[in-house]
Design a protein around this ligand. Structure first.
Ligand code: BG6
Length: 289
């Protein structure tokens, strides 16, 4: 659908449409915040609050082309997290590289503005509702619309904008066990997480995490539902240099905290005809008074 047609069908009440690097995107604007969601990948690319730096990070070297995921914002990893299962190709699933459709948009009942995007294939349907108000709420509903059982994993792979990795810590993980996929071993978090090397970890927790950023003078609360693993990723020096869509120094100003559902603790899915599943991440920024 063109931007004109999208505007005609869904525009108004704080909802508008614009071009974002060659793809249509829906902008949510209200008294509290502004958010931008690309229909390519159902990818949230911007969340802006007054009186603070942008909450989400986007690489200056991101690709914006059919077939490639964007590097930054909130990629939706689905129907698998990480390496492709046998017989499939592409890391982190394929829906982040597909066009989504608008399903609904308008004033959110809880305040602010929302948009619901839709993706469908023969096996499943996804309804992704993004609500922008004082917080950013990302809700991915998975429906098994096929005739067989649906197995999947996935994540809301949020890239946070930080002032400086040396001024940033992650809190509320004390005592949580994790799989360190760099060292390929299990470990337990002791106290606050300081990042001073490549970090790629799957923390086994349903709980929240907090990003404490003394450079931007803020705390970002990352809450979640329907997720028993929190993935924390920063590529650090060598991996940054290996990625073509990532600047060599950009690891200093980004940090991924993902609400994930990964099969670490056994198989997971929705039986044929089973109830939908929701994966949700809620992002709230605390500023000093
Ligand atoms: C994280 C993974 O979720 O995503 C990392 O834990 C991976 O291993 C990172 O490198 C980025 O993945 P991609 O496919 O977007 O380059």
């Amino acid at each position: 659908m063109t931007i004109e047609k999208l505007t005609e069908h869904f525009g108004g009440n704080g909802v508008s449409f614009e071009d974002f690097h060659g793809f249509p995107a829906v902008r949510l604007t209200n008294e509290y915040s502004s958010a931008l969601i690309s229909l390519y990948g159902g990818h949230v690319v911007e969340f802006i609050l007054p009186d603070t730096e942008p909450v989400l990070w986007m690489s200056k070297k991101s690709l914006f082309q059919q077939g490639s995921p964007m590097r930054g914002g909130v990629p939706i990893c689905f129907p698998w997290f990480g390496a492709a299962p046998q017989g499939r190709t592409g890391g982190h699933g394929f829906v982040r590289n597909q066009m989504w459709e608008m399903s609904a948009a308008g004033i959110a009942p809880e305040g602010g503005t929302f948009a619901t995007l839709h993706f469908q294939n023969d096996d499943f349907e996804l309804f992704y509702t993004v609500t922008a108000n004082r917080m950013l709420t990302l809700s991915l509903e998975v429906v098994n619309s096929g005739v067989a059982d649906l197995e999947f994993s996935g994540s809301l792979h949020t890239y946070f904008n930080i002032s400086d990795i040396e001024k940033t810590t992650v809190e509320n993980l004390d005592g949580v066990s994790y799989l360190d996929t760099v060292l390929k071993q299990d470990d337990i978090q002791h106290g606050t997480l300081h990042i001073d090397r490549e970090i790629d970890r799957i923390y086994r927790t349903c709980g929240s995490a907090r990003i404490k950023d003394t450079g931007f003078n803020r705390i970002i609360h990352v809450d979640k539902y329907g997720s028993d693993s929190t993935v924390i990723w920063n590529p650090w020096v060598a991996k940054s240099q290996r990625m073509q869509d990532f600047g060599d120094e950009e690891f200093r100003t980004m940090l991924c905290i993902e609400a994930a559902k990964v099969p670490l603790t056994g198989d997971f899915g929705i039986a044929a005809g089973g109830m939908p599943y929701e994966l949700r991440q809620v992002i709230r920024v605390e500023l000093p008074d």
